[in-house]
Design a protein around this ligand. Sequence first.
Ligand code: HPA
Length: 270
Amino acid sequence: MYELIKETAEWLKQRMYNHPETAIVLGTGLGELANDITGKQEIPYAEIPNFPVSTVEGHNGKLIFGQLGKKDIVAMQGRFHYYEGYSMEQVTFPIRVFKAIGIKTVFLSNAAGGMHEDFEIGDLMIISDHINRFPEHPLRGKNNNELGPRFPDMSDAYSRRLREKAVQIAAELDIKVHQGVYVGTSGPTYETPSEYKYFKMIGGNAVGMSTVPEVIVARHAGMEVFAISVITDLGLEGKIKEVTHEEVQQAALAAQPRMTQIMRELINRS
Ligand code: HPA
């Protein structure tokens, strides 16, 4: 796999107009941030050697190189979910390629079900930590020391520095944010009431189907990470309703302007 990463990174390096140190995974709630990118160079995943191709509706897979404010960035429009059938290696491949092209900080977003009494649909939660409940670990297998250590530390997976900045920015913009623990699960089912209860009991504040594998690989590679969730439904006893993908997308859309503002400003100041 190391060879594939290097091959893809070399291919990109020969084509990139700029040399960003910041990568953004445009997950749910952040799609519109792509509109703020200037001097865009778009490279469809289908053209990038060794890249998986994304399938989920509403995601058209491409890398976008350009500037966000004054900052050079690369954005991933369309990510790879484990529930789609991709292997953990495929899900996290772009993150490894980011490292290989010189990225130092990765920003991610996602949609999640809230499991804290104070949370309301449409709220934003800065991820302070995670619990990995995926059935497979992205670092399982022989470790390549060129990519990172065998036993990576996870004590500060979500950069305290960036979280503090984001909280300050949210206060300045008068946007309500929470901080909390994200439980990453495979999906594609939303949780049963008992599963929400269980994830809450083990210390989760929100649950979703992405982010954790990418963050593990980013930290393995020594990159700094910031991630934020939009709470699209509530997994709290008494508040649980039927969850549909459409409702999740609707809630995410409503939260999008707030999430975008925070991210834009945070990336500018990072
Ligand atoms: N569970 C898992 N993933 C999700 C949820 C949820 O309730 N909401 C949005 N993504």
